[in-house]
Ligand binder design. Structure first.
Ligand code: ZN
Ligand code: ZN
Length: 385
């Protein structure tokens, strides 16, 4: 433990209360009005220069100290999910069907706890930009802030962000060099046949059988087309078609999610999956219409900035605080866009044995507020020294 960690831990109760208040009042993507107002009020009261309305409901707080031209960006996401909370906690969501099930309430509180400590005690030279981002869950907030001139209006030499991770011991840090989280794309496939009587399949074109074959064939994209030393995920998460046992429907709709770490593999799937869908449907006399929607790219952590952050954590908390075997995750994160614009790193903090992210029983672990906030304060001191 360091002086920074001790000071933050001594006053963390206020930020636990703040985190639970955010949890009680979750807001969906681009609707983070109360949350961003609260963030702006806190930052202003601690002496930050605050700009609101960046990329919608985004907020940036800037603190300049001493001589020095270096600038550091640290980002937290603020939005909740369309999930009905099932935790039964005293501070559970007060908004029906909306829930902080990804811990963005925690990420916001962590960065605020760091912000106050840095404003009071932080010794650094240069510019610190604290970036509170909306709409991560729909993959739109980072792009919206960047399109609104984030890095022109608030220049940063590097930008960092973190995510809590269930199943990893509470407060343990994870660093990944290279791709840390996967790209995410979606294929919406309509298999068009020709409807008819279930008793006379020869007079119809059955899109259900064509879809069944297509679903199995899609699994061969990863096993037979992708380089075995690379990774990809193809999941058919939704299939809808038909109304009754004795009716062959006109069509079937499939929704497919596609993940990968390597842009070359991503492109291979973008071309290969529609081709496969058309050929498979065609072999049954049916037709596949494919709406392939590119989501966001993989979050790729450059080596230099990642090892810098890892060294900061090791110096502040000891080697035991770092999970040496933390692996990349196949979930996705729109911080990827910030890493395309600037060097930096996306890192992880264990959330202990909580329910999984995006689960109605998930809750952010308040025990990790203090160590994570102390990490941001240490990173600021080291980067802007
Ligand atoms: Zn999420
Ligand atoms: Zn998240």
């Amino acid at each position: 433990m360091t002086g920074v960690a001790d000071e933050i831990a001594a006053t963390i109760g206020e930020f636990v209360a703040l985190r639970r208040d955010l949890h009680r009042h979750p807001e969906l993507a681009f609707k983070e009005k109360r949350t961003s107002a609260l963030v702006a009020d806190c930052l202003t009261s601690w002496g930050y220069e605050v700009v609101t309305g960046v990329g919608g409901t985004g907020v940036v707080g800037t603190l300049r100290r001493g001589p020095g031209n270096k600038a550091l960006g640290i980002r937290a996401d603020m939005d909740a999910l369309p999930i009905h909370e099932a935790t039964g906690l005293p501070y559970a969501s007060g908004a029906a069907g909306v829930m902080h099930a990804c811990g963005h309430d925690g990420h916001t509180a962590i960065l605020l706890a760091a912000a106050r400590h840095i404003a009071r005690f932080g010794a650094f030279r240069g510019t610190l930009n604290l970036i509170f981002q909306p709409a991560e869950e729909i993959g739109a907030g980072a792009r919206a802030m960047i399109a609104d001139g984030l890095f022109e209006r608030f220049p940063c030499d590097a930008v960092y962000g973190l995510h809590n991770w269930p199943g990893v011991p509470a407060g343990q840090f994870g660093f990944v060099v290279g791709p840390a989280m996967a790209s995410v794309d979606q294929a919406l496939i309509h298999v068009a046949g020709r409807g008819g009587h279930g008793a006379a399949p020869h007079e119809a074109v059955d899109p259900i059988v064509a879809s069944a074959s297509l679903i199995l064939a899609l699994q061969t994209v990863v096993s037979r087309n992708v380089d075995p030393l690379e990774m990809a995920v193809v999941t058919v998460g939704s299939i809808h078609g038909g109304t009754a046992s004795n009716i062959i429907p006109e069509g079937v709709d499939l929704k497919v999610t596609i993940r990968s770490f390597n842009p070359r593999i991503r492109e291979q799937m973008r071309i290969g999956i529609p081709q496969l869908a058309r050929a498979q449907a065609g072999s049954f006399g049916a037709r596949a219409e494919v709406d392939y929607r590119l989501g966001f790219p993989a979050a790729v952590n450059p080596r230099e900035q990642t090892l810098f952050a890892r060294d900061v954590a090791a110096a502040a908390f000891g080697a035991d605080a770092i999970d040496p075997a933390f692996r990349p995750r196949t979930a996705s994160e729109d911080f990827a866009y910030m890493l395309e614009a600037k060097p930096g790193s996306y890192l992880f903090v264990g959330n202990g044995n909580s329910a999984q992210l995006h689960n109605a029983n998930y809750d952010f672990n308040d025990e990790i507020l203090a160590p994570a906030a102390a990490f941001w304060a240490e990173l600021t001191r080291s980067y802007l020294s």
